[in-house]
Design a protein around this ligand. Structure first.
Ligand SMILES: [Zn+2]
Length: 413
């Protein structure tokens, strides 16, 4: 592996725009980076094992147990699983000030999903294989590289395999960590390893609000009780109005009715219909405005159905429940963690791109704690679908970039 090591160093020294040569030439850092490259296949194997343990949001327990064992094996201390189910492991530094490195255990699939991983050439297929099994495997590799190279750090490191990133999990794992954990005041910076591309640095959290809209009525026979209001028809009237809502392209603001359910038989007027709406914007004001439009669309849709069926002397009830609320915000591009991430991505040969997305970083960012989300390496696609795939092409560059980001941040005085 001498050649690989030499090539790596050439890449690291040659391509960096802000070359912090002192850091890249530290023998312990070089050793950790080499170790990550050498451990590539082992890291991919761990990714497959992690991916095959089912862990839909709110059902992360089995995967959490596995990761707690791995944290223990790799020598982290004070390992625990907290109230919401986050797995925590510590690596003490000179300071109590703590840098958090996290990846999420939950997957965006229903209970019962088949999580077996298939191989097609170099491609791995399986729900959650990239999102976020890659992040978890990269996290474990980083822990081990620090241990192998005996790197001493100023900041204490808290490694977290957190629950509740996807869907209705609503970032509850990371929210608990920053808002309720006993050591929340010591958490000074945060990286979430999520996605694949190590050059993509998410510095901003898109704001998200999600509603579950439930309509209820008397129901009845489709023929015998014709004339009564139908929750399904009302939902259709509301969704028709939602589909016509205007959303600004910039700052990007979006809406989507992503799920709908209701009714029991083709010859019955439904007693209930429910649908779920996802609203997003980079800008908190725009999020509020599209939310107001949603309320109006739903109100008018239900009103239209009730009016059309007024002769039946029955009407529908409406319940709108906010099921998810992720705050918008952004880590300043001049903050040390963003600068460190950009430097690290350059050092590993990427052209860093700053991006916006809704990730676990939303929570620390909204509280003023500097945070970024970075990829775990390789290439992935079709996340959140059963056709999700991952290709481990030069994937060690992921954990290398994240590790260098932390070390660069940690070495600043
Ligand atoms: Zn994810």
């Amino acid at each position: 592996m001498r050649l690989a090591g030499a090539v790596l160093l050439a890449t690291l020294a040659g391509s960096s725009a802000f070359a912090d040569d002192a850091l890249l030439q530290r023998p312990d850092v070089v050793q950790a980076l080499r170790w990550l490259e050498k451990a590539h296949e082992k890291t991919v194997a761990a990714q497959i094992v992690i991916s095959e343990i089912p862990s839909p949001t709110f059902h992360e327990g089995e995967k959490a147990k596995y990761l707690a064992e791995e944290f223990r094996r790799l020598g982290l201390t004070d390992i625990s699983i907290d109230k919401p189910g986050n797995v925590l492991g510590w690596r003490k530094g000179a300071l109590d000030d703590t840098f958090v490195m996290a990846a999420h255990t939950d997957i965006s699939f229903a209970v019962g999903v088949d999580t077996r991983v298939r191989k097609e050439g170099i491609r791995l297929l399986g729900p959650g294989i990239g999102d976020d099994s890659r992040g978890l495997a990269a996290l474990l590799a980083i822990v081990e590289s620090l241990k192998e190279a005996k790197i001493a750090t100023r900041h204490s490191l808290l490694f977290v395999a957190n629950v509740g990133e996807e869907g209705l999990g609503d970032l509850n794992g990371v929210r608990y960590l920053f808002k309720e954990s006993a050591f929340r005041d010591r958490l000074k910076a945060f990286i979430s390893i999520d996605g694949a591309d190590p050059g993509r640095i998410v510095t901003g959290g898109t704001g998200v609000k999600r509603y579950r809209v439930t309509l209820k009525g008397p129901g009845g026979h489709s023929y015998g009780n014709f004339g009564r209001p139908s929750p399904i028809h009302a939902a259709a009237r509301a969704i028709d109005r939602i589909a016509d809502m205007e959303a600004p392209l910039r700052p990007k603001t979006t809406f989507n009715v992503g799920r709908i359910e209701g009714g029991t038989a083709v010859n019955a007027i439904a007693e209930e219909c429910a649908f779920e709406v996802d609203l997003r914007s980079v800008d908190p004001g725009n999020l509020d405005r599209i939310e107001a439009k949603l309320f109006e669309a739903v109100r008018l849709g239900v009103e239209a159905e009730n009016q059309a069926r007024a002769a039946s002397k029955t009407s529908l009830t409406l319940d709108m429940k906010l099921v998810s609320n992720r705050p918008a915000g952004e880590t300043s591009h001049s903050s040390p963690i963003v600068q460190a991430a950009m430097w690290a991505a350059g050092a590993t040969g990427f052209k860093p791109e700053l991006d916006f997305s809704s990730t676990d970083s939303n929570i620390p960012i909204s509280m003023g704690v500097p945070a970024v989300t970075m990829g775990g390496g390789g290439v992935s696609g079709n996340a959140h679908s059963l056709a999700e795939w991952y290709e481990p092409t030069r994937a060690w560059l992921g954990p290398q970039t994240v590790l260098l980001t932390f070390l660069e941040f940690d070495s600043r005085r």
